[in-house]
Every structure is written in structure tokens, then in C-alpha cells.
Design a protein around this ligand. Structure first.
Ligand code: NAP
Length: 247
């Protein structure tokens, strides 16, 4: 994909200021999109947007867990960048703990950001996409949502919830020309996985058939494919991008 198959499209990427979301924003900008980057830290979102290739990008500060703020931010994005053709629900957090020690706040915060956040954004842009009979939504879930993980009951539940959300949205909007898919990344080198110790990384390599952690670019190319015209007949799918961890 060396062309600009997404020329003139507007993409909104949550959590686009760092890590996987930044790589996806760069990839969509290279494909011709104007990109709205959303993160809690609006200044970092704006700096990331300014550094993207091409013109017309912008950054926005918003907590995706706050449905009122999401509604207002989406209106600002549509006024400043244009109606949203592509939504990437990528913003996500972890608050790991073993189940019996997990606090209400740790469970609620992760569900509110990862799952409710994706719902908030999807609801805010779906009406416009349906009216225009064109749109692509991509949810960044996790292999942990497919397999579960000790110490991540909150995170795994939020990511499994995103799988149900993806398939329900896909079924509801398919007849209106709007597709919805998900990527389930394995372990990818970002701030999120920087917290892992060297011994944890070595242990992980042992359970990854390809023997290495992935890079954000391993996800962003697949994201570009799934939201673009080469995937026009694909909806409701969850694609694991994980070096073979989940087969
Ligand atoms: P990261 O480096 O920690 O970046 C997270 C991004 O989300 C940042 O831009 C952050 O910006 C934004 N964010 C967090 N909470 C937010 C909120 N409430 N509202 C708006 N923006 C918010 O994470 P990453 O590793 O790139 O992960 C990206 C996604 O991939 C997440 O959904 C994660 O669960 C998923 N994933 C990652 C891995 C991995 O190995 N890295 C594996 C599987 C799935 P602010 O802090 O400024 O808000």
C-alpha cells in the first residue's frame, strides 16, 4: 500500500498521541487522511498532530470516558477537521491487580476508558456515518480479551467487551455502509509494556511463536488495511496481530 487510498478522508484516532495510536495516526496520514488526534493531554495531542505528514491534522484534549465531553469534542472535530469517516477506538489503560485485591476504582476506571470510551465515540460519530452511508470503525482490543490473563480481570473484561461491541455495531450498521472491525494486538513495545521487567519480557518471548514482541508499526499497517477500500467486504472481524500467540 504505497498509494494514498484514503485521500480526503477524515480519521479520528483516540490515544493517538503515543504508542500504537500514534503509529496508526501516521499510517492514516500517509494514506491521505486528515487526522484528529484525541488524548487527555491536549497539548501532546496537538504536537503529535502537527508532526504528522500532510496537512489539516489537529489535536484535541478529551477524556473518552466522559460522554458529555466526547459529544462536545466530536462537534469541534467536525467543525475544525471535517465529518468523521474513520474512527479508531485505541485509547486504553491498565490498572493491574489480582482479583481479590482489586479496588472498585481500578475495575471501574478501566471499563470506563477502554469499553465505555469506545461506546461513547462510536455513538457520537455513527449517525453521521449512517447518513453518508460510508464509514469505518476500528476497535483496538487485545489478545487478553480473547484468552483472559491473571492480574488483568478488569482489562480482559473491558477488551472482551470491545469484541461484543465490535460485532454488535457491525451487525447494526452494515446495511448503512458502515463497517466495524477490531485488531487484537499481542505484546507491542510502547509505554504500556515498558513497565514489564527484563525477566517478564524474556518469559513472554517464550510464549510468542515468532519469539519477539511486536512494534507499533506491526499494528498500524493492518489498521490502515482494515479501515480502507481493500477491506470493503470485511466487517465484524477480530484480527489477532500477535506473532502467533492466539491461533
Ligand atoms: P500507551 O502507549 O499507554 O498510550 C495510550 C494512549 O491513550 C495515549 O495517547 C493516552 O494519552 C491515551 N489515553 C489513555 N486514557 C485516555 C482517556 N481516558 N481519554 C483519552 N485518551 C486516553 O498505550 P499503547 O500501548 O499504545 O496501547 C494502545 C491501545 O492498544 C490500548 O487500547 C491498549 O489496551 C491496546 N493494546 C496494547 C498492547 C501493547 O502491548 N502495548 C497490547 C494489546 C492491546 P493521554 O495519557 O494523554 O490521555
Amino acid at each position: 500500500m504505497n498509494g494514498r487510498e484514503l485521500n480526503g478522508k477524515v480519521a479520528l484516532v483516540t490515544g493517538g498521541s503515543r504508542g500504537i495510536g500514534l503509529a496508526i495516526s501516521e499510517s492514516l496520514a500517509s494514506a491521505g487522511c486528515r487526522v484528529a488526534i484525541v488524548a487527555r493531554n491536549g497539548q501532546r495531542a496537538s504536537e503529535a498532530a502537527e508532526a504528522l505528514p500532510g496537512e489539516g491534522h489537529a489535536g484535541f484534549g478529551c477524556d473518552v470516558a466522559d460522554s458529555g465531553a466526547v459529544q462536545q469534542m466530536t462537534t469541534e472535530v467536525e467543525a475544525a477537521v471535517g465529518p468523521v469517516d474513520i474512527l479508531v477506538n485505541n485509547a486504553g489503560i491498565t490498572r493491574d491487580n489480582i482479583l481479590i485485591r482489586m479496588k472498585d476504582e481500578e475495575f471501574d476506571e478501566v471499563i470506563a476508558t477502554n469499553l465505555k470510551g469506545a461506546f461513547n465515540l462510536t455513538r457520537a460519530v455513527a449517525r453521521g456515518m449512517m447518513k453518508r452511508r460510508d464509514g469505518a470503525i476500528l476497535n483496538i482490543t487485545s489478545v487478553v480479551g480473547l484468552t483472559g490473563n491473571a492480574g488483568q480481570a478488569n482489562y480482559a473484561a473491558s477488551k472482551a467487551g470491545m469484541v461484543g461491541l465490535t460485532k454488535s455495531v457491525a451487525k447494526e450498521l452494515a446495511g448503512r455502509g458502515v463497517r466495524c472491525n477490531a485488531i487484537a494486538p499481542g505484546f507491542i513495545r510502547t509505554d504500556m509494556t515498558d513497565e514489564l521487567s527484563d525477566s517478564q519480557v524474556e518469559a513472554l518471548k517464550g510464549i510468542i511463536p515468532m519469539g519477539a514482541l511486536g512494534e507499533p508499526a506491526d499494528i498500524s499497517g493492518v489498521a490502515r488495511f482494515l479501515v480502507g477500500p481493500f477491506a470493503r467486504y470485511i466487517t465484524g472481524q477480530v484480527l489477532a496481530v500477535d506473532g502467533g500467540m492466539v491461533m
